[in-house]
Ligand binder design. Structure first.
Ligand code: SF4
Length: 289
C-alpha cells in the first residue's frame, strides 16, 4: 500500500524480445556508423524511444528521397519491398531487425498457400506485418480485421486461418469460431505472439482486482491499445498514457487499487516515471489536509 492507493504492477512489462532486439540493433548500427543510419518511419510505436534513438544518430525517413545514408534498419515488423529496394540501390547496409516471431508467421503463411489453402489472416490492414505479407502473397491471402469483414469472405476449397502476431486473442477466437461454423473443416494456425497473449491474459485477470487501470505505451501502439480495450470492455476506468505528465490525480478520486500494465514497446524508464507519479498521487491523497 502506498499512500491511499495500492499499485499493482503487472508481471509482464517493458520491451518484448523483438522490440528490444530492434532497438539494440538500431542503436548499435548508429554507434558504429560513419554516416547516417535510417529507419523507415518510426522504428517502434513509442515516440520517446524514437527521440532517444534519434539523438543517438538513428534518423527517421518519411519519404524515399530522404532515405539515403550508410545503413538502413528494418523494423521488427518488416518493411515494404520498394523501400528495401531503394535502400539497397543506394548502397546502404541493411540491418535486418525483423522479429523472428514475425518471420516464422510469414513462413507459415507461405507454406499454407503453397499447400493450396485459401488463407485468411486476422490482422490490421495498414500494419506493416500485414502490408508486407499482402505484398508477397497478393490475392492468395485475405486480411480481415472484424467479424463482419470475415463474414463477407467467400469460402472455397480448403481454408486456413491465422493471425497477425499482435492481434487481440479475443478477436481471433471469435473470427475462428464464426468461420468454423460456415465450413466442414478449418485449419487454424495460431500465430499470435506469446509476448502479447501473456499480457492480454494478465489484463483479463487484473481487471477483477483493481478499481482503475493505467496502460502505458505509445498512443499509436496497437498492442498497447488492445490492453486498454480489455479494461474498457470490462467497464473499468482505464487510462492509456504515454508519459507521466499525462496522469491526472482527479482520475484516482475514490480509487483504492490501481493496476499498471505496459505495451511491448514501452521502455522501463517511462514505466518507472509513471509508477513514481502514481505513488506521489497516492501519498498526496493520504497526507493530512
Ligand atoms: S510483440 Fe512479439 S512479434 Fe512483435 S516484436 Fe515483440 S516478440 Fe516480436
Amino acid at each position: 500500500m502506498l499512500g491511499a492507493v495500492e499499485i499493482i504492477v503487472a508481471k509482464h512489462m517493458g520491451f518484448c524480445g523483438g522490440v528490444k532486439r530492434a532497438v539494440d540493433m538500431a542503436a548499435g548500427a548508429a554507434t558504429n556508423a560513419q554516416g547516417p543510419v535510417f529507419t523507415w518511419g518510426p522504428l517502434i510505436h513509442n515516440p520517446q524511444v524514437v527521440d532517444r534513438l534519434e539523438s543517438g544518430g538513428v534518423r527517421v525517413a518519411e519519404t524515399l528521397e530522404e532515405l539515403n545514408g550508410e545503413s538502413f534498419v528494418v523494423s521488427a515488423y518488416g518493411v515494404e519491398h520498394d523501400v528495401l529496394d531503394a535502400a539497397r540501390s543506394r548502397g546502404m547496409r541493411i540491418v535486418d531487425a525483423t522479429c523472428p516471431v514475425v518471420i516464422r508467421a510469414h513462413s507459415l503463411a507461405f507454406k499454407l498457400v503453397e499447400e493450396g489453402y485459401q488463407l485468411i489472416v486476422v490482422g490490421d490492414h495498414g500494419h506493416p506485418e500485414m502490408v508486407t505479407l499482402k505484398e508477397v502473397l497478393g490475392e492468395r491471402v485475405t486480411i480481415v480485421h472484424t467479424r463482419d469483414e470475415a463474414a463477407q469472405v467467400k469460402l472455397r476449397g480448403r481454408i486456413a486461418v491465422m493471425s497477425q502476431t499482435t492481434q487481440s486473442q479475443e478477436n481471433f477466437r471469435q473470427i475462428v469460431g464464426d468461420l468454423s461454423l460456415r465450413i466442414k473443416e478449418l485449419r487454424v494456425v495460431n500465430t499470435l505472439c506469446p509476448a502479447i497473449t501473456v499480457r492480454q491474459e494478465e489484463a483479463e485477470k487484473l481487471v477483477d482486482e483493481v478499481d482503475a487501470l493505467v496502460i502505458i505505451g505509445g498512443h499509436h501502439s496497437s498492442n498497447t491499445t488492445r490492453l486498454a480495450e480489455i479494461g474498457r470492455t470490462h467497464a473499468l476506468p482505464t487510462y492509456h498514457v504515454e508519459v507521466a505528465e499525462e496522469l491526472d490525480s482527479a482520475w484516482f478520486a475514490g480509487v483504492r487499487t490501481v493496476g499498471v500494465m505496459s505495451g511491448a514497446s514501452t521502455p522501463e524508464w517511462i514505466i518507472a516515471e509513471i509508477i513514481d507519479r502514481l505513488k506521489e498521487i497516492g501519498e498526496a491523497r493520504a497526507a493530512p489536509q
